[in-house]
Design a protein around this ligand. Structure first.
Ligand code: FAD
Length: 466
């Protein structure tokens, strides 16, 4: 018999959106279950943020071991045992997903294995490996994430891979072709370039890392070109692939000219599609747009009032911290709190060499909205810590309102941009001005001082610049 089990709130998907929403809802006193058909932690922990950052940091260590001659360090016999690298990376993932299991248990969130499908707006069915169960609920949160997009002419195979495949290659390839110069392609391309792979990047647009301004992506491009084993084609379109005995031949078009390149693998990272199909949403009136994105309001509520949606399956940047943030808002909204989503202060980071980070307004966005701003840009090369790290490429740029100096945006390209951006996100969130940042004492010598100097520059009196 299939007697329905009653729940207050059911969460579908245990990625950084879903598991965080489930914990927050449980903290607020609800009886919660989270349904997951794959692994706890979703894309982010299993095949996204975490394993990619692990490979990136391993590749970075190898590369710096080989190339620190200008600091007087040479090394011989530096080797990569990629099986061990993979084992280490898998261990990192396991620690984190195990941690999520413990957190869910500790918060009394029930974890249900299986695939969810809505019957109506107050019940769903979960199909497990050899069982099916109906659950009724007062509220549901859809956190089903997204999946890599397959493009015509490049059917997934052993050698035509997506980001998931690229994260678990058995060996360091001699050569890979990356189709799509967005942040996922550039991160993975950089990681393998650091391990010594020859990398060819094909980007359809005019610039790689579209979304970051040109002055920033240029720094990354320069860094890649310096490595010597990375080739970038822009306005380049993958046309098809032929699998050979031990690799692939990729055909592509650049400015009307057909070209061919042989490689071990072709990695396709052209975007991700929201997992909004196969959930039965059309039966219950949850609106989805033509790109598969579920329509939501400022509290993550869908067009059906007791059903919420968060993360990669809704609009906004497809990032883990954005998914978690929306998860908290949805859980709080269900509990009757007035929490609301504010997209502007959500940072975005790209872990290339060097890193890129942005939060709040860009100059372009401010202009588009008619906000008069001051732009202050201070270079890494003027900072003692950057020099002592031998990482002098890059800058911190502050966007502040002309009328009152309030910080509304910041962009960074340079070493540890991913860490420095947090302070500037806080400043934006707290409506601080460049004067507040300039008069905050920053420890010396640290990269954080670049933000302080940029703030002084914005006010017209930088100490370390004439
Ligand atoms: P997901 O993490 O996709 O989780 C959704 C879960 O729902 C999955 O586990 C899935 O199995 C489950 N599910 C789907 N349908 C059903 C169903 N019907 N029933 C039951 N379960 C279901 N973001 C960052 O912020 N920083 C980064 O550095 C970063 N790096 C990335 C690197 C790579 C290679 C990739 C691919 C992504 C990266 N991202 C990064 C993006 C990040 O992983 C996603 O934004 C994030 O995982 C989205 O979270 P989510 O909770 O919406 O969905």
């Amino acid at each position: 018999g299939d007697f329905p089990i009653e729940l207050d709130t059911v969460v579908i998907g245990a990625g950084p959106g879903g598991y965080v929403a489930a914990i927050r809802a449980a903290q607020l006193g609800q009886k919660v279950a989270v349904i997951e058909k794959g692994n706890l932690g979703g894309v982010c922990l299993n095949v996204g943020c975490i394993p990619s950052k692990a490979l990136i940091s391993a590749g970075h260590r190898y590369e710096t071991a080989l190339h620190s001659e200008d600091m007087g360090i040479t090394a011989e016999n530096v080797k990569v045992d990629f099986t061990k690298v993979q084992e280490w990376k898998n261990g990192v993932v396991k620690k984190l997903t195990g941690g999520v299991a413990g957190l869910l248990k500790g918060n009394k969130v029930e974890v249900i294995k299986g695939e969810a499908y809505f019957n109506d707006k107050n019940s769903l069915r979960v199909i497990g490996e050899d069982s099916a169960q109906t659950y009724t609920f007062n509220n549901a949160i859809i956190a089903t994430g997204s999946t890599p997009i397959e493009i015509p002419g490049f059917k997934w195979s052993k050698r035509v891979i997506n980001s998931t495949g690229a994260l678990s290659l058995p060996e360091v390839p001699k050569k890979i072709v990356v189709i799509g110069g967005g942040y996922i392609g550039m991160e993975l391309g950089t990681a393998y370039a650091n391990f010594g792979t020859e990398v060819t990047i094909l980007e359809a647009g005019d610039e790689i890392l579209n979304g970051f301004e040109k002055a920033m992506s240029t720094v990354v491009k320069r860094g890649l070109q310096k490595k010597g084993n990375v080739e970038i084609f822009t306005n380049a379109f993958g046309k098809g692939v032929e699998e050979t005995a031990d690799g692939v031949t990729v055909k592509f078009e650049v400015k009307g000219e057909m070209k061919e390149v042989a490689a071990d693998y072709v990695l396709v990272t052209v975007g991700r599609f929201p997992n909004s199909r196969d959930l039965g949403l059309e039966n219950i009136g949850v609106e989805i747009n033509e790109r598969g994105i579920i329509t939501t309001d400022k509290q993550s509520r869908t067009t059906v009032s007791n059903i919420y949606a968060i993360g990669d399956v809704v609009a906004g940047p497809p990032l883990a911290h954005k998914a978690s943030y929306e998860g908290k808002v949805a859980a709080e909204a269900i509990s009757g709190e007035p929490s609301q989503i504010e997209y502007l202060a959500i940072p975005a980071v790209c872990f290339t060499d060097p890193e890129l980070a942005t939060v709040g307004y860009t100059k372009q966005q401010a202009d588009a909205e008619g906000i008069k701003v001051d732009v202050a840009k201070f270079p890494y090369a003027g900072n003692g810590r950057a020099l002592s790290l031998n990482s002098t490429e890059g800058f911190v740029q502050l966007i502040s309102r002309k009328e009152d100096g309030v910080l509304i945006g910041a962009q960074i390209v340079g070493a540890n941009a991913s860490d420095i951006i947090s302070e500037l996100g806080l400043a934006i969130e707290a409506c601080m001005s460049v004067e507040d940042i300039a008069s905050t004492i920053h420890a010396h010598p640290t990269l954080g001082e670049i933000s302080m100097e940029a703030a002084e520059l914005s006010m017209g009196h930088p100490i370390h610049m004439v």
